[in-house]
Design a protein around this ligand. Structure first.
Ligand code: NAI
Length: 546
């Protein structure tokens, strides 16, 4: 007998007729289960059943269901007047208010009603499954079944095991979720489970950059979309609602004993306090109904190619990308080996354009002993496409010591290479690099701590929040060495807990030091740059503040 047989065609009870409950009912009905729907609020379950009937009829109108499917599904749904009516259920899924005491009381009530082999699942998005099961006679049958909104469309289900959850129960729920057309990912009952935990830096890095006044929301969003994300962090927070997004961040922060890595943002709290909640209040980072600017401020003009010698140093994917875009741009250039210290660098006249390694440009200039230094963000996703179309935004910055002429040349070169250059303040790790490195870091810690496995983390982030790639797919592309180097540089710059490197990630830099990707994203060491530069060294020429 496979675990799925535990539930096939057997009655499922859903408690809570809100947005999640009704979505779960729809999925269970269409999978062939008789479904009971109960809600403590008088008339709520009946109204939700009515609404679901209309939804199914619309699906039939669109040809996605037959009228017979709809009639059969409606015939399998019953509105329960009390919990007693759920006694024949093989599985109860609660989707009631997110309150531990209320969920615990419901579980206790259910234990007195349902059969001993009935599985009790909770759709909680933030509470501990261990705590939900506490005090029950049979806590081993309590499991998290965390759906994503909208339930009929989102493919991910996190199957959450508390300390007492029997593995066979978690396996049976995972197989049921697969039967329902979902991808189940196992996770331990830890704050935020997988998705809500690993996704925190996606918002946090942009909020930190906004606090530092590094760029506008439109620029940050454009750069992140340039890496393949469907929405930038600011427009996504506006969509989710800042109150909801802030509450999740705060709950993960508190549940981690106020670990500074998860510290909420003052920028966002101010918005919540001011009622700038996003789309639902008409204003967040953007004003609605117009919404987010789809392209950042006009830097798309035809480039005027600079008449300066261009020399590309270095090897690996980023150097190859630069070479292919240089070749396609019509800019004349020569290519030389990486030389001492390795790293990717494009010499523009006497200045350097480097791929970020987590230091700010001013520090790079100071260390290299070169005034004219600029940095560009990690080209990831569409920004890493060899061809220059479609033109995508790429963040860049210059050192405080750099001349205005050099900054203008860099912008022209980036434009000629087919990017929409988005100039930011001289912050370390720009925006895409620090965001992706932090997502990788968080995922590495989740795996290190047994919250999920590598495949589970990638599946959860691509299916649960539609990321263009999973964190470990990015890690394979960028390499552990470049990721750790970037995080260590951010840690050294900001000196806090936020950029603490995951032990799993740091170990990876020692176990695979010669992987080609490990050096592909590096900026040059000081000696390599100096040997090829006419500029004075840092020791003889302190940076001139501008
Ligand atoms: P909702 O507020 O839309 O619906 C909750 C329903 O539960 C209401 O109809 C309410 O009357 C009913 N209810 C409250 N206490 C009850 C009780 N003791 N017995 C029976 N019914 C009761 O809430 P929503 O958004 O559907 O969330 C439900 C659960 O799903 C929460 O645990 C939430 O954290 C979780 N969740 C929500 C997601 C979302 O995007 N809204 C995503 C994933 C999980």
């Amino acid at each position: 007998m496979t675990p799925t047989n535990l539930f096939r065609n057997r009655p499922v009870a859903v408690i809570g007729a809100g947005v999640m409950g009704i979505g779960i009912v729809q999925v269970a009905l269409l999978a062939g289960h008789p479904v009971h729907l109960y809600d403590v609020r008088e008339g709520a379950a009946a109204a939700a059943a009515e609404q679901l009937g209309a939804t199914l009829a619309r699906l039939a109108d669109k040809g996605k269901l037959t009228p017979e499917d709809v009639a059969a599904a409606r015939g399998r749904l019953s509105v329960a007047a009390s919990l007693d009516a759920l006694r024949d259920a093989a599985l109860v899924i609660e989707a009631i208010v997110e309150n531990l005491a209320v969920k615990q009381a419901l579980m206790r009530d259910l234990e007195a009603i349902v059969a001993h082999d009935c599985v009790l699942a909770s759709n909680t998005s933030s509470l501990s499954i261990t705590a939900v099961a506490r005090g029950l006679e049979l806590p081993g049958r309590v499991v998290g079944m965390h759906f994503f909104n909208p339930v009929p469309l989102m493919r991910l289900v996190e199957v959450v095991s508390g300390l007492a959850t029997e593995p066979a129960v978690a396996d049976a729920i995972a197989m049921l979720a697969a039967d329902w057309g979902k991808t189940a990912v196992h996770t331990k009952s830890t704050p935020g489970f997988i998705v809500n935990r690993i996704a925190r830096p996606f918002y946090a890095e942009t909020l930190a950059l906004l606090q530092e006044q590094a760029a506008t929301p439109a620029v940050l969003d454009a750069c992140v979309r340039g890496a393949g994300f469907r929405m930038g962090p600011c427009e996504l927070m506006d969509l989710i609602g800042h109150d909801t997004n802030f509450a999740v961040t705060q709950s993960v922060y508190e549940a981690n004993f106020y670990d500074k890595r998860y510290q909420p943002s003052l920028v966002q709290r101010e918005m919540v306090d001011g009622g700038l909640l996003g789309r639902k209040s008409g204003r967040g980072f953007y004003r609605y109904p117009d919404g987010a600017a789809k392209t950042a401020d006009g830097e798309a003009a035809a480039p005027t190619l600079p008449a300066v010698p261009l020399v590309l140093h270095g090897e690996g994917p980023v150097a190859d990308l630069l070479a292919s875009r240089l070749a396609g741009s019509g800019l004349g250039f020569t290519r030389e080996a990486a030389g001492e210290g390795g790293g990717i660098r494009l010499r523009i006249g006497d200045g350097w354009l480097l791929c970020t390694d987590g230091r700010c440009a001013t520090e790079c200039a100071n260390t290299l002993g070169v005034h004219d230094v600029a940095l560009f963000d990690w080209p990831v996703g569409p920004a890493a496409a060899g061809a220059a179309t479609p033109v995508v935004p790429l963040a860049w910055t210059v050192a405080a010591q750099a001349s205005d002429d050099f900054a203008a040349q860099v912008a022209e070169v980036l434009r000629a290479l087919g990017w929409l250059p988005q100039r930011m303040a001289d912050v370390p790790g720009l925006v895409v690099a620090r965001t992706i490195a932090m997502l990788v870091n968080e995922a590495s810690d989740a795996v290190e701590q047994g919250v999920c496995d590598v495949a589970g983390a990638d599946a959860a982030m691509t299916l649960g929040v539609n990321y263009p790639a999973g964190p470990f797919a990015w890690l394979a592309q960028v390499g552990a060495a470049a990721t750790v180097r970037l995080l260590d540089a951010l840690d050294a710059f900001y000196r806090g807990e936020r950029y603490r490197v995951s032990p799993r990630l740091r170990r990876a830099t020692w176990t695979a030091p010669s992987a080609p990707a490990a050096t592909a994203w590096q900026a040059p060491a000081a000696s390599a740059a100096r040997s090829a530069s006419k500029e004075p060294t840092a020791s003889t020429a302190p940076p001139a503040e501008r």
